[in-house]
Design a protein. Sequence first.
Length: 283
Amino acid sequence: MTSTNNAYWSMTEGVFNCLIDEERTNTFAKAISTTVRPGDVVVDMGTGSGVLAMLAAHAGAKKVYAIEIDQSNIATLDAVFRANGLEDRIVLIQGDALKVDLPEKVDVIIGEMIATALIEELQVPAMNNMLRFAKRGKHATRVLLSGYRTYLDLVNNPESYYGHRFKILRYEYSDIRISRQLKSKSYSEKRLISDVEFTKINTDLKVKQNLSITVTRRGEINGLRLSGESLFFDGSTLGATYAYSYPVTLPIDTREVVKGEILNVKIGYTICGGMKTLRYSLE
């Protein structure tokens, strides 16, 4: 057996988790099968494991530009595409999806650089760059992942771990191994706080909301939960999965609420600006 010291992904765990997340990958696979047409030229920005680029090739694309910034991934991807006999149809480009130039216009843009609420990762600036290579008019480019909506609700979020309390930002992974005792419970309606279209250039990246939210049942709340919904070109949608857009709960002071009570939430952040830009309060 031949061994090599470069047969790994950068950020191996994250890339592998996305690959084995069947709900995420199968949803993208179905959307690709209904969006990519025979003879299409496709770009996959931030290709990671390369699975979406390969699915596009199998859907009939004559050429797929697979963009990857990390040198470690490049070596692995080259081997993966060759192992699957797709090296002639997938063009591997090492570069930054925010800046890279393509040699031609494309028919389909694939890009999954999604983080909950679009606070982290770089989906929007990367899409802004990819849209430079979009076709217009009758044969306009199809954007596979066409939009993302962010919602907010009030929750009771478990804070006890190993006999100690943690007032921390919480990621709610939809992993069946997580005990039911660690599931947050909603105590309000869900309110839309952001609706971003990836089919157009986005220059206003500020989210600033002052919301009145109605409590739906009596109880105790201690968190504001952000969740997301992705929209695809074919009309399908995707919420949270094991490795994709899982809800994020922001800690607040614990308080009792009653059904019908109206609370005021202020929240603001910069899309793709990172958690350091996040500000929020509950009144």
